[in-house]
Each structure stands twice: as C-alpha cells, then as structure tokens.
Write a protein that binds this ligand. Structure first.
Ligand code: CTP
Ligand code: MG
Length: 231
C-alpha cells in the first residue's frame, strides 16, 4: 500500500515557495536552484513531500520556469510550475490560484528546507486527517531571546519556555488557507500567522533539527556535512 492510497478520500497538494533570490546565501543563481551535494534545494524539497501528496505546485522566479520543469522531471507526482511574487506570501498566493479544484488540504513547504525528514511530513498530515485545520512543526528555542533597540541596548528578555521555532511543511485545510490569504492584513513570514489572525487554532507537532532553513553559507556547510554522514 502506498502513502497515497493509505489516505484515500482526502486530496492533498503541496505548495513549494521557491521564488526567493537568496540574498543572504549569495551565489550565482536563486537559492532554490543552487546544489546541495550535487542536487538542487528545489529537487530535494520537492522529493521530501512528493510521496505524500497528489500534486505539487512550485513557485519560482520569472525566467526560471523552464529550468524548474527540467529539474523536476521524474518527480513521484504531477508538478505544476508557476511564477512567484515579490514576497513569499505573494508566491504562495500565486500557487494557490492554480490549485486543482479537488484539493482538500495543502502542505506549504519552503524550498529552502531540503532535509526535512518524512516523520515531520507524516506528523503534519496525520493531524490534518484527524481533523485539525492548521498544523505546524515546532522546536524548542535554544538561545535566549531579547528585545534590542536601534542603539543596540537590551530592553527586555522573552520567556523562552513559552516560545517555539516554527518550521515547514505547514499543513492547512484548503478553504482556511485561502481565506487566510484573502484576509491577510500585512506581510507575514509564514502562512500560519495569517490563519492565527482569523482566530483559527494552529496545532503544533514536533519539528526536527534536520528541517532547518538554508539561509546562509554556514547552513550549506552543515547540510552537506549531514548528507555526507548519511552517504
Ligand atoms: N520565497 C518565495 N518568493 C519570494 C521570497 C521567498 O517563494 N518572493 C521562498 C524562498 O524561495 C524560500 C522560502 O520562501 O524557499 C523562505 O524564504 P527565505 O529563506 O527568506 O528565502 P529567500 O527570500 O530566497 O532568501 P533571502 O531572504 O536571504 O533573500
Ligand atoms: Mg526572504
């Protein structure tokens, strides 16, 4: 029995925002199109969710549609490539706009999180199947977090025990994700923040350190070391 037939009855899509430029990483091409131990972040992130979904919509920078289609030949489910927007949020909206009508639930997964383990994807999906409207992977925060003003002066300390670092894939009932993006009051860095504004509960499941976001060159070194260890 495949993952797909196991959840027969619910149609699942994944949206992969991959239209960022990767300013903090640098390099000659957009972040999602850079290789990690020989395979692009885009391909790795798509492969991480493909076994669990019926269709994937990838949002990429203008001029990168053809390259994306080439990179994604042979993916385990159908892939649709769209042009993203100026912000992550706009890229998700562009992908939502062409989602097939039968889709019931949506996983939104950053192209910049190529090493997310299957356990995180299945934990998010399991809670959606059990009836949750919105589910995010969460990890405890290791560092102490402080408010710091423009002059570099500490003005307060947050209670770390009440905080969590949130990863992707984030899972949503399709109607709620669409409503949240239609109502979006401001730019948010994740989709759950827009659902929270609607007053809809967002559930957490355990995240995994391997689901970290590739942001700087340091993260590439770490990711390639982890991949080398598994080889
Ligand atoms: N993203 C997107 N469209 C944008 C901006 C970001 O689809 N206009 C995507 C990125 O491709 C990435 C994810 O959102 O997969 C998380 O964003 P981030 O890590 O900030 O990526 P970049 O915006 O590319 O990086 P930077 O902020 O350093 O420029
Ligand atoms: Mg960014």
């Amino acid at each position: 029995m495949t993952e797909r037939t196991r959840r027969a009855g619910i149609s699942v899509a994944a949206i992969i925002p991959a239209a960022g430029s990767g300013q903090r990483l640098g390099g000659g091409s957009p972040k999602a199109f850079q290789p990690l131990a020989g395979t692009t972040l885009l391909r790795r992130s798509v492969n991480a969710v493909a076994p669990y979904v019926d269709v994937i919509v990838v949002a990429v920078p203008t001029a990168w549609c053809e390259v994306a289609s080439e990179i994604l030949v042979g993916t385990a489910c159908p892939v649709i490539v769209v042009v993203g927007g100026a912000t992550r949020q706009e890229s998700v909206v562009a992908a939502l706009a062409i989602l097939p009508p039968e889709v019931d639930v949506v996983l939104v997964h950053d192209a910049a999180r190529p090493l997310v383990p299957p356990t995180v994807v299945t934990a998010v999906l399991a809670e959606l199947q059990a009836g949750a409207s919105a589910v995010v992977p969460a990890l405890p925060v290791a560092d102490t977090l402080k408010y710091v003003d423009a002059a570099g002066q500490v003005v307060g300390t947050l209670d770390r025990t009440a905080l969590a670092a949130i990863q992707t894939p984030q899972g949503f009932r399709r109607d709620i994700l669409e409503r949240a993006h239609r109502a979006a009051p401001a730019v948010a860095t994740d989709d759950a923040a827009l659902v929270e504004v609607l007053g809809i509960p967002v559930l957490t499941v355990p995240g995994d350190p391997a689901g970290f976001k590739i942001t700087t060159p340091y993260d590439v070194v770490l990711a390639e070391a982890l991949l080398g260890r598994d080889a």
